[in-house]
Design a binder for this molecule. Structure first.
Ligand code: ARG
Length: 616
């Protein structure tokens, strides 16, 4: 990976300005951020440094005079035109054309200006986390694709990422299903997920209606997602729960037959998960499965650790962790000795921080589990799992993503009023994408005209799935969003298909350029038109955008960037003929620019897990 910053103008400008600040104000100002921004208006230059205002205030100097002193001290002749000052002390910076060409050439390699992260610890990303025997729904879509996009950004920066699929595969809910299916004598070898899902619901219903259990859940302030765990607290609970409890005990004691059946439920659930994951182009496989059951032998150790450190206390026979700043305790062992969702999650934190030595733990789990993660992270800190074994501080982050809503701003439902399953949603995406692509291929001028239908359908799949993923990832993750197929699949506006189409159009231009494309690979970049220069400036930002996505955990930044890049490219294409450019030098420079844009678009879409077909 490129380790120089030669192709990163902002970093080079920042370093030069920092030197200038030290020359004017002394060493103690060495760490001052020169506040360099992309200029909003090309008339004022390419970048702008705003440091003179804040620094002037701090040291009691007139900002404009300070700006002048900085301009006199800064050495930037190699890469910039003489600096000028505007308004109260903005320093305007214009890159020299030859320097811009050099920078662009140095980002034009395999890494596209992305620099490796200095931190070499692993990262753990908790994603997907389906519950065994349950149909995947739209919420799992979000967890899976957001988690995958973040993983891809970190991998692009050279970090090792552990994608952790924390399956809900151990505990009372699954024991209830298992018990019920065995009672009914269902053949588990041929069972389908829809049957499992029905059994899951039935089991939940037969466990509900226990008013004392619900009261216990409410008293402890537990979220609804795990209320069953708590219902069990009440003596004389419903018989369905009693029976399931016995099944669970036997399962947890390692009963062979039960374990075999349990495994079948998992396999059945995972088959459907992998089918969805394959269509979604997400990197997740069996090697990423570390469900709740993985931690079963570590739970005693967690309890011992919490007891010996005196972090957990007895409460009516149960073991709880209390926090000064909230009413709600975190329950880690029930009065009957059973463990909870939180106990398993603590074991997972211990594993991820101490065994995998990850220094950033990211949980892509919907917003309703906010309290759970808050309690969990604070518990882990109390337990001392806030440092890796080699002493790196650990950062815990829950990404509380919002819900996917229908037109009525209620959770997405089918016409018959059922919650939309992930499978039906993906099927529709593929159908819509295919219809779009097949329709366009009817035009005799379309580059896809005459392609076999199977190929058009394959492209259509990428378009449909790309549309869904892009619409999801281009929003602020924490907000709810309205799912609108018509809008997301449009080839215009800030959509996945628009970017895929921009990429495909460049592919077709380069295809027409033929051999000239390889000749242009080392061409000297030229900036005869302002639109060429603007495009170059956008391209040079790519590396920083990838770093920002990972740092801020915000995939939408890639989307915003790619959209801006596509717009800058369109402006360039309107003003600058490529294949019909005057003279070979200009033509080759433009072909090289096109090729670079094409690769950045494809790379950026890949970070989102979106395919970039060459023809559309
Ligand atoms: N299976 C859980 C649920 O559906 C989500 C798991 C999230 N990850 C975790 N480490 N708790 O509620």
């Amino acid at each position: 990976m490129t380790t120089t910053t030669a192709g990163n103008p902002v970093e080079r400008l920042a370093r030069a300005l920092q030197k200038g600040i030290v020359a004017v104000l002394g060493d103690e100002f060495a760490d001052t951020d020169p506040l360099i921004q992309n200029s909003r208006n090309p008339e004022f230059g390419d970048y702008q440094a705003n440091v003179a205002m804040s620094l002037g205030k701090k040291v009691g100097k007139n900002p404009r005079e300070l700006a002048q002193a900085l301009v006199d001290a800064v050495e930037l002749d190699e890469i910039a035109e003489p600096l000028d000052i505007a308004g109260p002390g903005f320093i305007n910076i214009r890159l020299r054309t030859d320097a811009l060409a050099d920078m662009l050439a140095s980002m034009d390699d395999h890494d596209l200006g992305v620099q490796p992260d200095a931190d070499t610890h692993a990262i753990a990303i908790d994603l997907c986390g389906v519950n065994v025997a349950k149909q995947m729904h739209v919420g799992h879509l979000r967890s899976t694709i957001i988690g995958d996009a973040l993983a891809r950004a970190y991998e692009r920066l050279g970090r090792t990422v552990h994608r952790e699929n924390h399956l809900g595969d151990w505990g009372l809910p699954i024991a209830m299903v298992l018990h019920q299916l065995r009672e009914q004598g269902v053949n588990l070898d041929t069972i389908e997920l829809t049957d499992l899902d029905r059994a899951y619901r039935d089991a939940q219903l037969s466990g509900k209606g226990d008013s004392r259990g619900l009261a216990a859940a409410n008293r402890l302030g537990a979220g609804p997602h795990r209320f069953i765990e708590l219902e069990e607290q009440t003596a004389g609970a419903h018989e369905a729960i009693e029976a399931a409890k016995q099944t669970l005990v036997k399962l947890q004691q390692g009963d062979d037959e039960l374990l075999r059946d349990w495994k079948k439920l998992i396999d059945c659930t995972l088959r459907a998960v992998y089918e969805a994951i394959d269509i979604l182009n997400v990197k997740l496989g069996p090697e990423n499965n570390r469900g709740e059951s993985f931690y079963r032998d570590r739970l005693d150790g967690v309890i011992e650790h919490f007891v010996s450190k005196k972090i957990a206390h007895e409460d009516e026979g149960a073991l709880v962790v209390r926090y000064e700043d909230r009413e709600r305790p975190m329950l880690i062992r029930k009065s009957d000795g059973g463990f909870l969702y939180a106990t398993t999650d603590l074991a997972a934190i211990q594993y991820r921080t101490q065994d995998l030595k990850a220094d950033r733990l990211i949980y892509v789990v919907d917003a309703r589990q906010r309290d759970h993660f808050r309690d969990l992270f604070d518990g882990a800190r109390l337990a001392g799992w806030d440092h890796t074994p080699d002493g790196a501080a650990i950062e815990f982050r829950h990404i509380p993503f919002g819900a996917v809503l229908g037109d009525d701003r209620k959770p997405l439902k089918t016409r018959s009023g059922k919650l939309v399953t992930l499978k039906s949603l993906l099927d529709e995406a593929v159908d819509r994408g295919s219809a779009e692509v097949i329709g366009r291929a009817n035009d005799p001028n379309a580059p896809t005209h005459g392609l076999p239908e199977a190929e058009l359908r394959e492209i259509g799949k990428h378009v449909g799935i790309g549309a869904v993923k892009y619409a999801d990832l281009s929003n602020d993750l924490t907000k709810d969003y309205v799912f609108d197929f018509d809008r997301m699949i449009s080839f215009e506006g800030n959509t996945g298909p628009y970017l895929q189409y921009a990429h495909a159009r460049i592919c077709s231009i380069l295809g027409r350029a033929g051999d000239a494309t390889s000749a242009a690979r080392t061409a000297q970049f030229r900036f005869d038109e302002p639109a060429e220069k603007q495009l170059a400036l956008v391209l040079l930002r790519y590396g920083d955008v990838v770093t920002d996505v990972a740092r801020a955990l915000e995939p939408h930044r890639i989307c915003t960037y790619l959209y801006e890049l596509a717009e800058a490219y369109n402006a360039f294409y309107q003003h600058c003929p490529v294949l019909k450019a005057e003279g070979e030098e200009i033509r080759n420079s433009r072909i090289r620019l096109c090729d670079l844009v094409r690769r950045v678009l494809a790379d950026g879409l890949d970070l989102l897990g979106i395919q970039a077909p060459e023809r559309m």
